[in-house]
Design a protein around this ligand. Structure first.
Ligand SMILES: Nc1ncnc2c1ncn2[C@@H]1O[C@H](COP(=O)(O)OP(=O)(O)O)[C@@H](O)[C@H]1O
Ligand SMILES: [Mg+2]
Length: 342
């Protein structure tokens, strides 16, 4: 936090007042030296009362016309903020390098209002995104269930409708699981559960989970995985590999190639997941780690745009790095660098 600058003027005025009062006292004393005790007491009382009244008046004027204006301004700004108006901004009265306490409070209130506005916008974006993601599978469920109830469908169509129903409910449950997971990662200060584990084995196990879909899509899988053990959080990293591989599989058309590598590079464990899929346009690339961002807004592919947001959060928690290189139509490579090599 910025500290208040030392202002000699204020101190000087204060000591001038003390000196003036002392001088008055000495003058009064020289005047009253020959008087009797009763007269001295009466004069002293009158002087004390007069000085106290003068100081009170000066202090009142200072509060009313200088500090009072500022505190009124701060009070009305905080009242507006308390009622949900986060657009208020206060203007400090001094240049940045001459800030006093009021200027610092004003700046802090401006930052607070900006932060609250950001949080409010994120909350409303979040609600509209979740609602949108819920609405789609729900309307699929209600339409297909109604069609099944109506009857008169041949077995093949029934099968197709039931599969669609299962797909839509899976989409809903994935959404709920991912929202809860991401919420936990973002808000509950997840502490990494650090243990030594076999990273190569974890990667192989994750790849195996996609064996069936890789076969179904006739994808070629190339792996170059060195035997590496890591001191890190095994279960958090599983989320990372799962999302990166599932994206590679999802965004690569039939007959494409997926490559997963694990290497020790300059004391870091480096995992890369590459594909020969659709690639990511440069404008899109800036947003892929945002919550609910999906390059294809038509929702032709399964997903809810939370995978990479989770990946990024996990990598941040573990103090690692993630980068993407991609060319539209040629493919993408996600590279994760992690510390904790064993
Ligand atoms: N391997 C990839 N190839 C092409 N685009 C990708 C790849 N991985 C991620 N993306 C883009 O990033 C977006 C966000 O990814 P993600 O958060 O995992 O969401 P989802 O998979 O649910 O769409 C995707 O919708 C897609 O546009
Ligand atoms: Mg994904």
């Amino acid at each position: 936090m910025k500290r208040r600058n030392f202002s000699p003027f204020g101190y000087f005025m204060f000591f001038i007042s003390v000196a003036a009062v002392t001088t008055c006292a000495v003058l009064v004393y020289t005047l009253v030296a020959d008087m009797n005790a009763g007269a001295i007491a009466a004069i002293m009382l009158a002087v004390v009362l007069a000085l106290a009244s003068l100081c009170t008046l000066l202090d009142y004027l200072r509060r009313r016309f200088i500090d009072g204006k500022i505190t009124d301004e701060i009070a009305s700004a905080t009242a507006l903020m308390a009622h949900g108006d986060y657009t208020v901004r206060l203007t400090p009265r001094h240049a940045y390098n001459a800030y006093d306490e009021y200027d610092i409070i004003m700046e802090n209130l401006n930052s607070l209002a900006a932060e609250l506005a950001k949080t409010e916008m994120m909350n409303s974006d979040f609600i509209s995104n979740v609602s949108h993601e819920i609405k789609m599978p729900l309307s699929v469920i209600s339409n297909y269930a109604a069609a099944l109830k109506k009857g008169g469908l041949d077995n093949e169509t029934k099968e197709k409708y039931i599969s669609t129903l299962i797909g839509a409910s899976k989409r809903l449950s994935d959404l709920v699981v991912n929202v809860l997971k991401l919420n936990k990662l973002e808000h509950s200060n997840v502490a990494a559960d650090l243990k030594e584990f076999d990273l190569a084995e974890e990667l192989r196990a994750c790849i195996l989970d996609f064996e069936e879909v890789i076969d179904n899509k006739n994808l070629q899988l190339d792996c170059d995985i060195d035997e590496i053990c890591l001191y890190s959080d095994k279960s958090l990293l599983e989320t990372v590999w799962h999302n990166l591989i599932s994206n590679a599989v999802k965004f690569t058309p039939e007959g494409g190639t997926i490559t997963v590598t694990l290497k020790n590079e300059n004391g870091l464990a480096v995992v890369s997941v590459s594909d020969t899929g659709c690639g990511i346009a440069s404008g899109t690339g800036e947003h892929i780690f945002d919550k609910f961002f999906q390059g294809d807004t038509s929702h032709a592919q399964e997903g809810n745009g939370l995978g990479l947001a989770m990946v990024k959060r996990v990598i941040d928690i573990l103090g690692g790095e993630i980068s993407v290189s991609s060319k539209v139509g040629e493919g993408s490579t996600f590279t994760v660098k992690l510390k904790g090599l064993k």
